[in-house]
Design a protein around this ligand. Structure first.
Ligand SMILES: Nc1ncnc2c1ncn2[C@@H]1O[C@H](COP(=O)(O)OP(=O)(O)OP(=O)(O)O)[C@@H](O)[C@H]1O
Length: 339
């Protein structure tokens, strides 16, 4: 679904100051012989909602999976991922269990797959409360009902006795969110949480995430191919292309002053919600195959602002103003910031 950029509510001022809750620096991921992530930098501060947007295969999911040490077979990482004073990439697997799922929780596109099909949803949430917070009996039940109420499940006591197949996609996603919240996480990662849902339900789930994020002052990382959805929830947007973050800016600034040609193309491809209907511009060409990356900027083969330099070298991130950075030779030169 597209929300239209003019539907975006004003974001609270980004609380991005001080030490980040999650700090990703120079994260590289290699699967077999193929480099997938080429030095991703991402800082998520307390109470901040950060969006990662980009086309399919750009490395959005791999970024958070690699950051949490959830690697596919044959994969290796380098770089630094700091959470709660430790480098996750250097932390033993058994020590990560207290972090993953509890202090950093995740929800996915397919909510039903996060839930056990043969167990009532309420008892699954009770189990999470027991594992993550040692809650049992009446206290656990009261907390489970409070969580269901918080995620907007009507008639929570009755609905908690349902099996996942008896619930709609939207209700299952609400249940999955309640499960994720059971450990009182500091960070919630939402990986395409609305993609499988009907348009009206998508908007409801996004608004729910935004309400919960603000109520709990929780950090959220929203992964999406839909810039409109990211803009509706996030204070800050990171645009990802071929395993690199190519633009990182506060949402309002990214939408009003996009600098990277890829970000501009993404914005141009979103339909306006109202006003004059105009033809959408599809982004021409395909993202590169990670096994055959171009020598220079990965976006060069599709870029309309190309210079010779772009074909030869990979642009480093340049800070434009405040917390707005881009990787683009042409844009930085046009802004008078090229070396
Ligand atoms: N298990 C794997 N083995 C090898 N390559 C993989 C594996 N999983 C993902 N990749 C590759 O890593 C790259 C990044 O994938 P990733 O899933 O992070 O993309 P994405 O931006 O999240 O895309 P999507 O929106 O389609 O999920 C892709 O080229 C993908 O083919």
């Amino acid at each position: 679904m597209h929300y239209g950029l003019n539907s975006v509510a004003p974001m609270p001022v980004s609380p991005a100051c001080g030490e980040p809750v999650l700090g990703i620096k120079g994260l590289r991921l290699q699967i077999g012989d193929t480099a997938i992530l080429h030095g991703v930098d991402l800082a998520v501060h307390e109470g901040e909602a950060v969006g990662i947007v980009g086309e399919s295969g750009s490395g959005k999911s791999m970024t958070w999976r690699a950051a949490l040490g959830l690697l596919p077979k044959g994969a290796s990482t380098s770089g630094e991922v700091t959470f709660a004073g430790r480098n996750i990439l250097a932390t033993a697997e058994h020590d990560l269990e207290g972090i993953r799922g509890r202090r950093i929780a995740a929800i996915f596109q397919d909510a039903a797959s996060a839930l056990n099909p043969i167990q009532r949803v309420g008892s699954q949430i009770l189990e999470s409360l027991r594992i993550h917070r040692s809650l049992n009996g009446a206290a656990a039940k009261a907390e489970m009902l409070r969580l269901l109420d918080q995620v907007g499940i009507v008639d929570a006591a009755n609905r908690s006795r349902a099996y996942p197949h008896e619930l709609s996609g939207g209700q299952n996603q609400r249940m999955a969110i309640a499960m994720a919240l059971a450990g009182n996480p500091e960070i919630l990662i939402a990986d395409e949480p609305t993609t499988a849902l009907d348009p009206t339900i998508q908007a409801q789930i996004l608004m729910l995430l935004k309400r919960i994020q603000l109520e709990r002052a929780m950090s959220v990382i929203l992964i999406s191919h839909d810039l409109g959805a990211v803009a509706a929830l996030c204070n800050r947007v990171c645009v990802m292309y071929a395993g690199r973050i190519v633009e990182d800016a506060p949402t309002a600034e990214l939408l009003s002053k996009p600098e990277h040609p890829y970000t501009r193309a993404l914005i141009a491809s979103i339909p306006p919600l109202s006003g004059e209907r105009k033809r959408l511009q599809a982004i021409g060409g395909e993202p590169p195959d990670p096994r055959h990356m171009p020598k220079g900027c990965a976006y060069a083969p599709r870029c309309s602002s190309l210079s010779e330099e772009c074909k030869e070298s990979i642009p480093a991130p340049v800070c434009l103003r405040g917390s707005h950075s881009i990787r683009c030779f042409t844009a930085t030169r046009a802004l008078g910031l090229a070396p």
